[in-house]
Design a binder for this molecule. Structure first.
Ligand SMILES: CC(C)(COP(=O)(O)OP(=O)(O)OC[C@H]1O[C@@H](n2cnc3c(N)ncnc32)[C@H](O)[C@@H]1OP(=O)(O)O)[C@@H](O)C(=O)NCCC(=O)NCCS
Ligand SMILES: [Zn+2]
Length: 203
């Protein structure tokens, strides 16, 4: 079984970290965070207690992943991407806000990124959204709503900006069908939902 590589200057407090994962200098993975196998956690990332990272994820430098955030397998998180888990944050020292922070469930709002999706550099993901499988969030986007599988979103606030193949190339639909010009995979769309084509053989 492959070993975990932890750079001597990384701070890794969790024991839940899968074989083949590498954690680079100045990354901090807290106790209680879960990181799967064969991940790459680059310098200056922060992964908080309660965050869950699947297998084969790439988390580029300086990304911030908090409690309540789940990344499924093979998710890419770009440099400086920021997740959030509190939609209406206040200082816990503020007397008016104390009741809100008495129970975790009262303020913590969860976010899930489905398998194969990518988050662009410096994107901000607001709490409570689901980023669908193989979706792509543009660099610098602020995501306030869920993104469908294979969807591309861009801007502030992020808006739908097209569709993307599992390989990462843009997809153009003709009616409710598309074939990727880069890898040949076929897709179909039913009631606005995109999926791999069942009718046509896929490479
Ligand atoms: C601004 C904020 C408080 C608004 O919350 P809200 O009232 O529940 O807002 P809604 O989700 O109903 O969104 C209202 C509109 O504003 C937009 N919007 C919300 N937050 C936005 C943001 N940060 N940037 C740009 N647009 C934003 C939404 O897209 C929506 O517009 P639309 O209907 O045209 O898409 C919240 O979205 C936010 O940014 N909270 C801060 C979270 C944070 O930074 N936490 C840090 C600690 S984890
Ligand atoms: Zn493709």
């Amino acid at each position: 079984m492959k070993k975990v590589f932890i750079h001597p200057k990384a701070l890794v407090e969790t024991r839940s970290i899968g074989p083949g994962t590498k954690v680079w200098a100045f990354a901090h993975v807290m106790d209680g965070a879960k990181v799967g196998s064969r991940c790459n956690v680059c310098g200056h990332c922060f992964i908080e207690s309660g965050a869950e990272v699947g297998d084969d994820c790439i988390i580029k430098n300086g990304a911030l992943i908090w409690d309540g955030v789940t990344l499924e397998d093979a998710v890419f998180v770009g440099p400086g991407a920021v997740f959030t888990n509190d939609p209406r944050p206040r200082s816990r020292g503020l007397p008016e806000a104390a009741p809100r922070y008495a129970r975790r469930e009262a303020w913590l709002v969860r976010t899930t990124v489905r398998a194969g999706a990518s988050i662009g550099a410096a994107a901000v993901i607001l709490p409570g959204v689901e980023i669908g499988a193989f979706a792509m969030v543009a660099a610098g986007a602020v995501v306030t709503r869920s993104v469908p599988p294979f969807g591309v979103v861009a801007g502030v606030p992020a808006r739908p900006a097209g569709w993307v193949c599992a390989c990462g190339s843009g997809l153009r639909f003709s009616g409710d069908r598309a074939r990727c010009s880069a890898c040949g995979k076929a897709y179909e769309r039913h009631s606005g939902k995109v999926s791999f084509s069942k009718a046509r053989r896929n490479p």
